[in-house]
Design a protein around this ligand. Structure first.
Ligand code: GLC
Length: 668
């Protein structure tokens, strides 16, 4: 059961697409303090808190403080309170089980037992918000109700479940051709190559550098003939440059955010001085969405939206002040002692993502001016919504791949997300797994992290172990930062090992896609913690490095350097499946309990639950080559039946009953 409570003058975020009558009377479960602008709940020691989507730390969020404040935050360290998203939904699971969704566009703090381990306290920056309280039988039940409330999650095209290769630093068409050639020659399956900002003309959205891509449409077609989709990046900020049509038209029509005096607000991102489209203004949003047509018309079928927190490297006014102050510091003898030097570094550090700068520009919504910081968390959502709504207008019969960096609840209807600028750290492999479960709870099903790690130099074993997790995740993409060690799989020594792991993805595709679609169509989780299925098994409550995938599989990746395997806890009897480098599955039945499982670097080990079966294709070099009808079945139990969903993968015809089939066990 869901109850809505409203406080103050609520800004319509449209995170919830349906309208519920607000209740009067006391709010169940939590204490409300209007003065303090907070909600408090006393947690018994056994309480576990799930949710909060994209954040650092565990699946159980208890013991840390989180802030919903979309931030360009490349250091995904444990002391971070926010990353790129604002996912204001959590589930309290103890003697009482309930969910809370704070529908609020500004900055929120979730103190989940940080100040006091027994207290959950949510504090808003002002008192204008809707709160949904969801009472349910179990965390999964609460989550399903929440997901039904917020509307169906974005559905990606089938080809977007293939393997993708990306790097900030593929400069021109030749670089991309080389990536494709090396994959194809090496027999490494590939479906997508991503274009980072280097494809644009001086980092201007909706332009292509014609020296680097003399015939872009021809190039996109050439790639498509090789079953490769080209996926360009789109950044939130628009370069300030007279004669650049997007800038000129945006200025003329008044579509950019303005400063207090009504002039366009200028902040810098990749192109230097830039403007920010007023994504909250419907007319401006439609206009920005229409710009994607420039690339759709050249055969592009997918995009990634970036820097849309929005990221601001510096605001024009502040830069002028800082430069002036620094110049003054150099007057006199120019000597920077300890205090002066730390003042200098603070000054420079204060330029990027300065909280005050987010108070210096305005949106115009239904004729009303709204200061950005009051609605900060809606920006990335509405940029991706601009694109999603435009795709529905421009290409109604086709699914377009779309994922974003910044997000909040509501955006899940228009795109997926990638988990941002992680690093080539073993800890970030594990974080990828944990975050996936939390994101599913908040409606983000098409997700993945940069395989191999984005920042810092990676190592072959890390990339390989990461792929062994990546083969199960909807968004499977290797991406890295310019200047770091090259990490396409063909750069390493054991290419056969990589080929084997990525090859498994193409054998598992019927299952992965079917499970993804089930989670979306049924408002359910594709990945979930073990405790959801074993509420009475105390061990499961603390296990965060294993997840269920659908009702059939358990995954338990190896995430430590030099590990020869790992301990796995089985809450029930399962069949262990090992996919080894010769492309052969071996199986072993393991009883409930703890097991040490050896896992060679090039092996993928996963677990099939008793009474269940999964379909398996024979694989392929690209999704087009995979036969989704000619399947074999891996089973644990003779009468196991798999409920198989498959559709054409492109249209929006999801509701056709013919998409569902029962597959029963037969010998491979
Ligand atoms: C941001 C993105 C990253 C991209 C880079 C350059 O850091 O998160 O994925 O490579 O910008 O565009």
């Amino acid at each position: 059961m869901i109850k809505k409570f409203s406080f103050g003058k609520v800004f319509r975020t449209e995170s919830v697409p349906v309208s519920l009558e607000a209740q009067s009377g006391p709010m169940p479960f939590v204490a409300v303090d209007e003065q303090e602008m907070s909600f408090t709940y006393r947690m018994d020691p056994q309480v576990v808190v799930y949710g909060l989507g994209e954040n650092v730390r565990g699946i159980n969020k208890r013991g840390w403080i989180y802030e919903s404040k979309c931030s360009d935050e490349p250091r995904h360290l444990e002391d971070r309170r926010s990353l790129y998203a604002a996912h204001n939904f959590l589930v309290v699971d103890g003697k009482e089980t309930f969910g809370l969704f704070i529908d609020y566009p500004g900055i929120l703090t979730f103190d989940v037992g940080y100040t006091d381990i027994n207290v959950l306290k949510i504090t808003a920056s002002d008192w204008n918000l809707d709160v949904y309280v969801i009472d349910g039988d179990s965390p999964r039940d609460v989550i399903r109700q929440f997901r039904r409330l917020i509307g169906r999650s974005y559905i990606a095209p089938l080809w977007a479940f293939g393997n993708g290769q990306s790097r900030w630093g593929y400069i021109n068409a030749e670089d991309v051709r080389e990536v494709v050639r090396r994959h194809r020659e090496g027999g490494i399956p590939l479906d997508m190559v991503y274009l980072d900002i280097d494809y644009m003309e001086r980092f201007k959205d909706f332009t292509v550098n014609t020296e680097r891509y003399p015939d872009f449409a021809g190039f996109v077609k050439e790639m498509k003939e090789q079953h490769i989709r080209i996926i360009p990046i789109i950044d939130a900020a628009v370069k300030e440059e007279k004669g650049y049509p997007v800038y000129d038209e945006g200025i003329e029509k008044g579509y950019f955010c303005t400063d207090e005096s009504g002039k366009p607000f200028v902040g810098a991102v990749w192109p230097g001085r830039s403007l920010f489209t007023d994504m909250l203004n419907k007319e401006a949003r439609d206009w920005f969405g229409n710009q994607y047509k420039f690339l759709l018309d050249q055969g592009i079928e997918g995009f990634w939206n970036d820097m849309n927190e929005p990221s601001i490297f510096y605001a024009e006014d502040r830069l002028a002040d800082v430069l002036e102050e620094i110049a003054e510091m150099r007057n006199g003898d120019g000597n920077l002692d300890l205090d002066a030097f730390s003042h200098f570094t603070n000054l420079v550090g204060s330029l990027s993502a300065n909280a005050d700068d987010y108070k210096k520009f305005y949106h115009c919504v239904d004729g009303e001016r709204i200061r950005h910081d009051k609605v900060h968390n809606l920006y990335g959502y509405n940029m991706t919504r601009a694109a999603g709504e435009a795709f529905e207008r421009l290409v109604p019969d086709k699914r377009i791949l779309m994922f974003s960096r910044a997000s909040c609840v509501g955006m899940h209807r228009y795109g997926g997300i990638w988990q941002g600028d992680n690093k080539s750290y073993w800890a970030h492999l594990l974080m990828n797994l944990k975050m996936t479960a939390s994101l599913n709870m908040c409606g983000f099903i098409y997700t993945g992290a940069d395989l191999g790690g984005f920042g810092s130099d990676t190592t072959e074993d890390l990339v390989m172990r990461w792929y062994a997790l990546g083969v199960f995740l909807p968004l499977m993409r290797n991406h890295s930062e310019m200047g770091t060690r090259l990490q396409e799989v063909y750069r390493f020594t054991d290419i056969e090992g990589f080929k084997n792991i990525i090859g498994l993805r193409y054998r598992l595709l019927p299952y992965i896609y079917s499970e993804y679609m089930k989670a979306v169509l049924r408002d359910d989780l594709m990945f979930r913690p073990l405790a959801f299925d074993h509420p009475d098994d105390a061990r499961c409550k603390t296990i965060e490095d294993q997840l269920y995938l659908g009702d059939e599989l358990m995954i338990a990746p190896v995430y430590e350097q030099n590990a020869k395997g790992r301990y796995v806890y089985l809450p029930e009897r399962m069949k262990m499946l090992r996919y080894s480098r010769d492309g052969v599955f071996s199986e072993k039945i393991l009883e409930k309990g703890d097991h040490y499982v050896e896992v060679e670097l090039s092996d993928v080990v996963f677990f099939l639950r008793e009474g269940h079966a999964i379909p398996l294709a024979s694989g392929g070099q690209c999704v087009d080559e995979v036969d989704f009808d000619k399947l074999t079945i891996l089973t644990f139990g003779d009468d196991a039946v798999y409920e198989y969903y498959h559709d054409d993968g492109v249209s929006r015809n999801y509701e056709d009953p013919a998409n569902w089939r029962a597959l029963s066990a037969c010998k491979e």
